[in-house]
Ligand binder design. Sequence first.
Ligand SMILES: [Cu+2]
Length: 80
Amino acid sequence: MPASVGQTVAFRNDDATPHHIVLDDGSADLGNIAPGAASRRFTVGAGSGTFHCTLHPTMVGSINGPVPVAPPCDPGYGYC
Ligand SMILES: [Cu+2]
């Protein structure tokens, strides 16, 4: 479900490898998120709809767009 602007949300890493999420508009760098852990909470801004993982540059997504973007399938990172 997409998040709304102004909503406070966090990422939870259900994967087996760390991820480092940065919002593409530069409004939040959530740092490394260990497997099984959650990031700090942040407020979704009007321009913070997309994000990427600095550790896995092909991992991109959307948090408030009309259609969430699924990360690309990469068996090496365990998220297919
Ligand atoms: Cu990652």
